[in-house]
Write a protein that binds this ligand. Structure first.
Ligand code: AMP
Ligand code: GLY
Length: 426
């Protein structure tokens, strides 16, 4: 099989790496890929934009690509799956209609409310004045969200009324362009966040191992939000009983509600849950794609060949597949970021020590790197240093032993990834 993976981050490197472990997969092409995918055996990059549907389609048809896997949400929301399907290609990733579950928070919230899926209470506004009076009446903390895709920046958890009002203004003043036509104001939930990613063919839905990520830049989970500074799986917070409840109360209800809207959802459904101390959960968001960096800790534990699962989703025969098989133990990843991230940072720094890190037994997924004769930084999140072990202590110790070998000018990483798990276990 020849597979094309669309995207350029750590998630796409992990997808390509996992797919290449199967004896059925001869070659993977990443569009546009990164320095890591450029360097992997039987893998190469193709320099096209992720939303160049025509370019991707022409290449895939010419090269007789058997499966196209879409990483990021933007091409999904723009309808890449519909386009490639219309050319006769097999695509893992939901259609434009289905991707609304991530691309419009108002749409997703309406679906959850109608299907009785546990989620935070919320009100929707299309003008600033009533939105601000709602903030005044409800007080803080309160959560302000832009409706559409905003590259992870459209949510403010406001702890003062001023912050809330500023967030409302920023959205209506067009900071997120079309994403900001509507504002959602939500009750603020507290607890721990758990990411449950599930594979679905539109009829059957099966959860992958539950993961947790660390979104804040600073140790102790403080400071600005980022795309994710580290992750681990399977989180012990999501017990067997918890996962059974998520299956019934979130995953199956969502697929049924989508079907009732004539939406045949095939791909990954990612439910971001807030879990209270007593184990109650509510959905914070849905994503229509694999999580990043959650994928980098879920896939190293997956035994079942990934392309078999993806094809079963596309061909709507997930129910006939044996249960998804997992390795025992745990996986953890630590993100090496550029100094300054998530604010402004420099690119083009030479990266050293990856071979030495790999010699320790870690897998280094590249997120923002480029091969330009030598390997250089090319993004805010640069590398995901990933390890598996019999337990979290082992996986985390190994990931840190690996990252200590790596260096680039102003490299930054958090030293406390997994602290909630280690606290949980003690
Ligand atoms: P979202 O894109 O809706 O998941 O929001 C991004 C992040 O904002 C989440 O991962 C949470 O950390 C936070 N967040 C979103 N909604 C809420 C909420 N209702 N209460 C507390 N935190 C939230
Ligand atoms: N790790 C959060 C996300 O992928 O949206």
């Amino acid at each position: 099989m020849k597979i094309l993976v669309v995207g350029s981050g750590g998630r796409e490197h992990a997808l390509a790496w996992k797919l290449l472990q199967s004896s059925q997969v001869e070659q993977v092409v990443c569009v546009p890929g990164n320095g890591g995918t450029a360097n992997m055996n039987r893998c190469r990059n193709l320099c096209l934009a992720v939303d160049d549907f025509e370019g991707i389609s022409n290449f895939a048809l010419k090269e007789a690509i058997n499966l196209v896997v879409i990483g990021p949400e933007v091409p999904l929301a723009k309808g890449i799956t519909d386009y490639l399907n219309s050319k006769g290609l097999k695509v893992f990733g939901p259609t434009k209609a289905a991707a609304q579950i991530e691309a419009s928070k108002v749409w997703a919230k309406t679906l959850m409310q109608e299907a009785n899926i546990p989620t935070a209470n919320c009100a929707v506004f299309n003008r600033p004045t009533p939105a601000k009076s709602y903030v005044k009446d409800h007080g803080v903390p309160i959560v302000i969200k832009a409706d559409g895709l905003a590259a992870g920046k459209g949510v403010t958890v406001a702890t003062t009324k001023n912050q809330a009002v500023e967030a409302v203004d920023a959205i209506f003043q067009g900071q997120f362009s079309k994403a900001g036509e509507f504002v959602l104001i939500e009750e603020c939930l507290s607890g721990q966040e758990v990411s449950v990613l599930a594979l679905t063919d539109g009829l059957t839905i099966r959860a992958l191992l539950p993961a947790q990520d660390h979104k804040r830049i600073g140790e102790g989970d403080r400071g600005e939000n980022t795309g994710g500074m580290g992750a681990y799986a399977p989180t012990p917070i999501a017990t067997v009983n918890f996962m059974e409840r998520v299956q019934k109360q979130v995953l199956e209800k969502t697929i049924n509600a989508l079907r009732a809207r004539n939406i045949d959802y095939r791909g990954v459904l990612y439910a971001g849950l807030m879990v209270s101390a007593s184990g109650e959960f509510k959905v914070l968001e849905f994503n229509c794609r694999f999580g990043d960096p959650e994928t980098q800790v879920i896939l190293p534990l997956l035994e079942t060949p990934l392309e078999e699962l993806m094809l079963a989703c596309i061909e709507q025969r997930l129910e006939q597949m044996p249960p998804i098989a997992w390795k025992s133990g745990a996986a953890a990843t630590v993100v090496a970021a550029s100094g300054g991230y998530p604010q402004a940072y420099e690119k083009g720094k030479v990266i050293t020590g990856i071979t030495e890190a790999q010699a320790q037994g870690v897998t280094v997924f590249h997120a923002g790197t480029k091969l330009d004769r030598q390997l250089i930084t090319d993004g805010g999140r640069v590398l995901n240093v990933t390890a598996t072990g019999e337990n979290f202590e082992q996986a985390l110790r190994l990931a840190y032993a690996g990252i200590e070998q790596i260096n680039f000018d102003r490299m930054y990483y958090r030293r406390d990834i997994g602290h909630r798990i280690l606290d949980f276990g003690s």
